[in-house]
Design a binder for this molecule. Structure first.
Ligand code: UDX
Length: 444
C-alpha cells in the first residue's frame, strides 16, 4: 500500500522504515530540509539500535524515500501517518499546532480519500478535531473528498524501538468507519503474518485513551516503587528485594519497578502532565497522576539530599556525574533527570565533571562551568563524590577498589542502584543507594 509519514523524527522515521520493511511503498516527509537532506544522503540523524541498517536496506530496495514536498508525499497515499511533535506547553497541555498543520497539508494535497492515522500521542478527542479541520479545509477547496481519521498509537521504547514496532505486544487501531478499519487491517496484515499479537480494533477515542493510560500507568508504577524506596530508607529495608518479591506475583510483574532517579525522556514526563490536563478539561481531577508527577520530581532531588548529608557544603566540591542520557542505550537527554541533578548542583556551586558513553555531544556547549570528560575515570579522579545518574553497563564494570582509589572522599551516591552497596562498603566507600539501608563507614 502507499504510505506517507509526516514528520520523520524518532517515531516517524521508525514508522516509515518499519512500514517499508513490511512491504509498503513509503515516503517520509518533513518540513525540516536539513533533516531530509541528511536522510537522503543515507544517514540517520539520531542513534537508535538497528534503525540505520533497516533504513539503508529499505531505501536500497526502493521502498522508502524522503521529501520536503507535502504535495508529493500526500497525493496518492492510502494512509498518512501523522508523527509530528506534540511538545508540552507551560500548563502541561500538549501543543497540537503541528498536528493541525499536518492535517491541513493532507486536506490541501490529497487527490482522493485517505486514512489519516494519528501516531503522535494526542489527547482523547483529537481525532474529532482533525476530522473537523480536514472537512473545513476540504470544503474550502470545493469539497467532495471525505477523509477518515484513525488513532494508531505507538508503544515503542527508545533503544528497542525497531523491535517494539515490528514485534509489538499489541497493535491498537481506533477508527470510526468500516472502510478505515479495513485499510488499517491491510496495513498491518504483513506484520501480523510475521508476528502474531493481539490486534485491538476499537473506536478513535478509546484508542487515544489507551496510549495515555498505558504510559501514565507505567510512570505511576515507577513513582510507586520510588515512594516505597523512601519508606525502605526510613525503615532500613531493601527496595530491590521488595520489588523482586512483588514482581513474582503475575498480577504485578517485575517490569518498571526499578526505584531510582525517576522517569525522564520524551514521553513519560510529558504524557503524565498531558493526561492530568486532559482529565481536568473533561471535568475529572486525576489526583493520582499529580502525585505520580510530584513523586518523580522528588526522586530527582534524592541525590542532592544525599550529597548534602554525606558531603555537607557542596560549594567548590568536585562531583563526578556518571550518565546523562535519560536511560541506557540511547543518547537522548530530553527531560533527562541527570540534567536536573546537574542544574541543582551548579546552583550550589559544585564543580562538576560529567561523563556519558554516548550522550555528551547532546550537552556540549550547554554549560560553560561543567567539564565534559571522555572517560569515566577522568570524572572520578579526585572527586569528592560520585553520582550515578544512568545505569550504563560500563559503569557496572568499574571495580570498587578502583573507585576507592580514584575518589578523594569515598562517597558514592548510586541513584540507579547499579552497584552492590555492601561490596562498596567492604572497600571503604560510604554509599547511598536508593531504597536500601544506608551504609556509612564509621569515622569516614
Ligand atoms: C516509554 C514507553 O515505555 C513507551 O511504551 C512509549 O511509547 C514511549 O515512552 P521510553 O521513553 O523510550 O519509552 O523509555 P522507558 O524505557 O519506558 O523508560 C522511561 C523512563 O523511566 C527512563 O528514564 C527510565 O530510566 C525510567 N524507568 C524505567 C525507571 O526509573 N524505572 C523503571 O523500572 C523503568
Amino acid at each position: 500500500m502507499k504510505v506517507s509519514v509526516i514528520g520523520v523524527g524518532h517515531v516517524g522515521l521508525i514508522t516509515a522504515a518499519c512500514m517499508a520493511d513490511l512491504g509498503h511503498d513509503v515516503i517520509g516527509m518533513d518540513d525540516d530540509r536539513s533533516k531530509i537532506e541528511t536522510l537522503a544522503s543515507g544517514e540517520v540523524p539520531f542513534y537508535e539500535e538497528g534503525l540505520a541498517a533497516l533504513t539503508t536496506k529499505v531505501v536500497g530496495e526502493g521502498r522508502l524515500r524522503f521529501s520536503t514536498d507535502a504535495a508529493e508525499a500526500v497525493a496518492d497515499a492510502d494512509v498518512v501517518f501523522i508523527c509530528v511533535g506534540t511538545p508540552s506547553r507551560d500548563d502541561g497541555s500538549p501543543n497540537l499546532s503541528y498536528v493541525q498543520a499536518a492535517a491541513a497539508s493532507v486536506a490541501t494535497h490529497a487527490t482522493s480519500s485517505v486514512v489519516v492515522a494519528e501516531k503522535s500521542t494526542v489527547p482523547v478527542r483529537t481525532g474529532e478535531r482533525i476530522r473537523h479541520a480536514l472537512a473545513l479545509q476540504t470544503q474550502s477547496r470545493g469539497g467532495g473528498i471525505v477523509h477518515d481519521v484513525v488513532s494508531n498509537p505507538e508503544f515503542l521504547r527508545e533503544g528497542t524501538a525497531v523491535e517494539d514496532t515490528l514485534r509489538p505486544d499489541r497493535v491498537v487501531v481506533g477508527a470510526d468507519s468500516a472502510r478505515a478499519h479495513e485499510v488499517m487491517r491491510r496495513i498491518y496484515e504483513p506484520l501480523l503474518a510475521r508476528h502474531a499479537c493481539p490486534y485491538v480494533a476499537t473506536d478513535v477515542r478509546t484508542a487515544e485513551l489507551i496510549k495515555h493510560a498505558s504510559n501514565a500507568f507505567l510512570a505511576t508504577k515507577i513513582s510507586f516503587i520510588n515512594s516505597v524506596a523512601r519508606i525502605c530508607e526510613l525503615a532500613g529495608a531493601d527496595v530491590q528485594t521488595v520489588a523482586d518479591a512483588m514482581g513474582h506475583d503475575a498480577r504485578i510483574g517485575r517490569a518498571f519497578l526499578n526505584a531510582g532517579l525517576g522517569y525522564g525522556g520524551s514521553c513519560f514526563p510529558k504524557d503524565v502532565k498531558a493526561f492530568i490536563h486532559i482529565a481536568a478539561e473533561l471535568g475529572y481531577d486525576f489526583g493520582m497522576l499529580r502525585e505520580t508527577d510530584r513523586v518523580n520530581r522528588e526522586a530527582i532531588q534524592w541525590p542532592i539530599r544525599q550529597l548534602r548529608r554525606l558531603v555537607w557544603n557542596l560549594a567548590d566540591k568536585e562531583i563526578a556525574i556518571l550518565g546523562v542520557a535519560f536511560k541506557p542505550g540511547t543518547d537522548d537527554v530530553r527531560d533527562a533527570p541527570a540534567l536536573e541533578v546537574i542544574d541543582a548542583l551548579r546552583a550550589e556551586g559544585a564543580r562538576l565533571r560529567v561523563h556519558d558513553p554516548v550522550a555528551l555531544e547532546q550537552i556540549r556547549g550547554r554549560y560553560a562551568d561543567v567539564e565534559l570528560v571522555e572517560k569515566a575515570e577522568d570524572a572520578l579522579r579526585g572527586a569528592h563524590a560520585v553520582v550515578v545518574c544512568t545505569e550504563w553497563d560500563e559503569y557496572r564494570a568499574i571495580k570498587p577498589e578502583r573507585l576507592a582509589e580514584l575518589l578523594t572522599y569515598p562517597v558514592v551516591v548510586d541513584a540507579r542502584n547499579l552497584w552492590d552497596p555492601q561490596e562498596l562498603a567492604d572497600h571503604g566507600l560510604t554509599v547511598a543507594s536508593v531504597g536500601r539501608p544506608q551504609i556509612e563507614i564509621p569515622g569516614a
